[in-house]
Design a protein. Structure first.
Length: 174
């Protein structure tokens, strides 16, 4: 081991000379000078980041307030939206509990249809925001929720038929 160590040091040239006089003072000066530059840079950078964050939060909050939703129209529409959203979420939980290899494709197809309806709903929200509270937009939004519920109910029926193949149109065959 010692031979390898001696060989390593003899093969490689290392700087073993003493530094010039005043080296320590020059090094400390450079070190102190770079600290003051870094502190100044950090102060400016932190101030700039603060301004950017404040502007970002302000723009984000204004953007959120500027979009209307069904619940923003009236208290009655808020009740309607709450009913649909809670019912849809409950149906989704029921469907997810029934997920297995046999029902996977049915559930995935239903979720894709729901995603398309969600994208359509987002367009209705934009249209409502831009054009105001028009009855046809509000009606289309409610119909969108109804379509989602229909998809979920049909999916649950299909899952039930897969689980119990003897049940067909509420009849039991023995």
């Amino acid at each position: 081991m010692e031979d390898k160590l001696h060989q390593f040091f003899s093969e490689n040239e290392f700087d073993i000379q003493e530094p010039h006089s005043g080296h320590l003072e020059r090094f400390e000066r450079k070190l102190n000078h770079s600290n003051t530059i870094n502190r100044t840079s950090w102060k400016w950078l932190s101030a700039a980041v603060s301004v950017v964050l404040i502007v970002g939060f302000w723009l984000g909050s204004n953007h959120q307030k500027s979009q209307l939703d069904l619940a923003d129209i009236s208290p009655k529409m808020e009740e309607v939206q709450t009913y649909f959203v809670s019912t849809i979420n409950q149906e989704l939980k029921t469907i997810e509990k029934s997920r297995n290899l046999d029902t996977e494709s049915i559930i995935e197809n239903a979720l894709e249809e729901l995603e398309e309806l969600e994208d359509e709903y987002k367009l209705f929200v934009l249209e409502l925001t831009q054009n105001g509270q028009q009855r046809k937009i509000i009606s289309a939004m409610i119909k969108n929720y109804q379509q989602r519920l229909d998809i979920l109910e049909n999916t649950l029926k299909q899952i039930e038929q897969i689980k119990n193949p003897n049940i067909l149109n509420n009849e039991v065959y023995i």
